[in-house]
Ligand binder design. Structure first.
Ligand SMILES: C[S@@+](CC[C@H](N)C(=O)[O-])C[C@H]1O[C@@H](n2cnc3c(N)ncnc32)[C@H](O)[C@@H]1O
Length: 252
């Protein structure tokens, strides 16, 4: 997947995530001679599905929101990949009814575990949908990254709640049901009984730290920033304070 097509598809974030997904696509092509079959659960309006389809992958998107699927259809049409995307209005709780077990080379659950009732059950469902030897990619909101973001913007009461609430919520009005740290994600992967963690990295590591426009002492180009972001994402200590945590696990 080349960078320009991602930008056209509106996916300016996720540099580190795309690097690992690229590697996964290459691996499947090399080992099987075909393009990976992707299942994107909670894929919403296609932030990930559209660039993956642009890269040539057939992608099934399962989502509960008809509105999000309508936006996905429009974006897919604009990117001329409608034929590669299968939208399914469905719930991860009944995933087996719409996506065959062991049927996908790459299963995405991005932005999903923080909004479902039972993240452990959901991760197990994603693992079951992946073919043995295939990969599961999970992207979640990071608890400590949210803490850093709140402190940086002076919202100290929310910052405190992020540290003291058992689920890392800012309060009863928080739209998210939980936030994750690396340890919690590893525990969930282990509890699925089917996943071996291959990578756990930050995503958007630089977001909270970059100076605003006009404040830079040394204005960085987009490429340089992305490069530094990808490098920082591989440092576990920085990953813990990134806005999002990305886990790539192998199905066994
Ligand atoms: C935060 S958005 C993430 C969208 C996309 N994956 C991304 O990373 O940009 C969460 C998506 O999950 C969907 N969703 C929430 N609960 C779901 C469920 N139980 N089963 C399937 N999709 C669900 C929502 O409709 C929404 O589109």
């Amino acid at each position: 997947m080349g960078s320009p097509t991602r930008e056209q598809a509106g996916a300016a974030r996720g540099v580190a995530v795309f690097r690992l997904l690229d590697r996964e696509i290459d691996r499947v092509r090399r080992e099987t001679g075909r393009t990976p079959r992707v299942l994107d659960v909670g894929g919403g309006s296609g932030t990930w599905a559209v660039p993956l389809a642009i890269a040539g992958c057939p992608v099934t998107v399962v989502d509960t929101s008809p509105n999000a699927l309508a936006t996905l259809a429009r974006r897919a049409d604009e990117a001329e990949v409608t034929g590669l995307i299968t939208p399914v209005n469905g719930d991860v709780d009944t995933l087996a009814e719409v996506a065959p077990a062991d049927g996908s080379d790459l299963v995405l659950g991005h932005g999903l575990l923080e909004v479902v009732d039972d993240p452990g059950r959901v991760l197990t469902a994603l693992a079951c949908a992946a073919a043995p030897g295939g990969a599961v990619s999970v992207l979640t909101v990071g608890r400590y990254g949210a803490f850093v973001g709140r402190v940086a913007t002076g919202r100290l009461a929310e910052a405190r709640a992020l540290l003291t609430d058992p689920d890392g919520r800012t309060g009863p009005d928080d739209p998210l049901l939980r936030r994750f740290d690396a340890g919690r994600l590893r525990e969930l992967a282990a509890a699925s009984g089917r996943l071996e963690v291959e990578a756990l990295q930050g995503d958007g590591t630089l977001e909270a730290w970059l100076p605003g426009p006009g404040q830079e002492s040394e204005p960085a180009g987009r490429e340089e920033r992305d490069e530094l972001d990808a490098l920082a994402s591989t440092v576990p200590e920085l990953g813990e304070v990134a806005p999002r945590l990305h886990l790539l696990a192998r199905r066994y």
